[in-house]
Every structure is written in structure tokens, then in C-alpha cells.
Design a protein around this ligand. Sequence first.
Ligand SMILES: O=C1O[C@H](COP(=O)(O)O)[C@@H](O)[C@H](O)[C@H]1O
Length: 284
Amino acid sequence: MRKTNLRCIGKFGCMRCPSSSKHIDLKRIMVKLERFSEEKALVHEFGKYILEKQDSALADNADAVFNIAISGGSMNQALYEGLVNDKDIFPHIKWPQWRIFFCDERLVPFEDPQSNYGQFKKIVLDPLVHQGDQLNLGPTVYTINESLIGGGETANKKIAEEYASLLPASFDLILLGCGDDGHTCSLFPGVEYNYLVEEMARKVLWCYNSPKPPKDRITFTLAVVADAKNVAFLVKGPSKKAIMHDVLIVKNSELPSVLVNEIVGAKVTWFLDDTAGALIPQNC
Ligand SMILES: O=C1O[C@H](COP(=O)(O)O)[C@@H](O)[C@H](O)[C@H]1O
């Protein structure tokens, strides 16, 4: 069963943004909440949502491109189920017009199971090639410069700068996850990670002290997320129920996922399964 609601995350004031030139007035902002009791319905509706955003970006123009940024972790399987393995959705995806970027990446070689690109390739891109017993042309996928991995501080900063230089002016869609601690992209909560959430000038940063392995990553900053035309979170599983309560009910502004709601507001949709949303009242 599916249930759609607009959740008011209304706060008044301005986001704390000491290094920012952008001050965002926070009026009463609504985010959209989509809840599902069945996994199949969740991934199907998630796929449909992505398809809608593709169609409005491409507008039947064969020369247009769909700029999308994806997250790692549980996102890959949902993308496979919702886009590649869904017989209603798959034929409508115009893969060659997709330009795919990563919201964050772990600074490990692509064959390392921790690599977000490596997992996306294995779970989504490789099966896509022969899906439906035919040869499918794939999307253009923008990865970090793997040859710089292991080069230390200077190389890690260069990976972030190079990746930032590849990004489009704005994304048609950014797909986010939310960790048990409220992190999104590789923007982590806590004072020692303030350098990540407070950055609004640069688009991509080296995250050098990730509390979740591996320690070295790159991440989009909130500046990139703020400029996106649409943002969707996908969150599943009972391990997420406490953090979903903190994000959507308590609205703890120390959490990077809450900052996304505050900055992006009405363009944000949350897709939750019932276990992740177990502490969110049904009438929300
Ligand atoms: O480390 C990461 O975690 C988040 C959340 O992952 P999930 O498996 O709990 O959905 C993910 O969005 C991010 O891309 C990844 O690097």
C-alpha cells in the first residue's frame, strides 16, 4: 500500500552557513513523503518517479541529456529493481541520454567492494547491457580519476577538484540515501565534519576523516544539492527507524539529511518503507 503526504518541516529563520554567500530563508517548507508496505511497490514507484524526471528533462528532444547523481549503498539494488528489472519501466528509459554522476565516492580502486562506482557497475550497468535479450546502449557514467587513488592528501584534493569540474551547472535529479547516523552523500554529522556541511563555494570536497570506512572519500557539498531541480531520498529497513524519526519528526538541524530538507524543501521527496517509517505517525 502506498501513502503520500506533504510533511511540513517548517522552520523560520536562516540556515547556519558561516562560509556561505547564499542565505536561505526558511519559510514553511514542505517535503513530500511516500510510504510503502511492500518492497515491490516501493521500487516500482521509485522507478516511475525517476522516469517522470527523465521525461521532463528530455522533453522528447533526442539531443537533450538527463543529468542525474546517484548514491551508493542500498541505492544500487533499488535502481536495478526499479529501472532495469521492471518490465513496465525499462523500455521507457533512454539510457544513452543519461549522464550519471556519484553524489559521493570512496577513494578505493573500482574493483574494491567499497567503491560506489564498482558496485553500481556490478549491480546495474553490467545486467543492463543484455537486459531483455538485446544489446542495450548504456548511459555516460562519470567516475573519479582512479589513477590518483593512493596518492595522499594532494592527490585526494585533486580527485575532488577534477570531479567538481565535470559536474553540470545543475542536476535534473539527485538520489540520496540516509545513513543510520543521518549522513547523506558523505556529509556526516558532528563538529569534526562541519567543514563538509558548511562549504557552499566548492562543489566537491575530500572527506578525510569519514567515521564509516573507508576514511577517505569525496562528497558533493550542499551547494550542489541546493541547486538540483529535484532530490529524492530512498530509505529502507528497521535500522533506519530511529534516524527517520529524528529527521522527519524531530527535524534535528545537526543532521545533514535535515539540512537537505531545509535547503531544498518542496523539491524533496522521501521514499520510505514501513520499517524505516515505523516511528512516523500514519497521519503525518
Ligand atoms: O556510505 C554511504 O552511505 C549512504 C547510506 O547508505 P545506505 O546503504 O544506508 O542506503 C549512501 O547514501 C552513500 O552514498 C554511501 O557512500
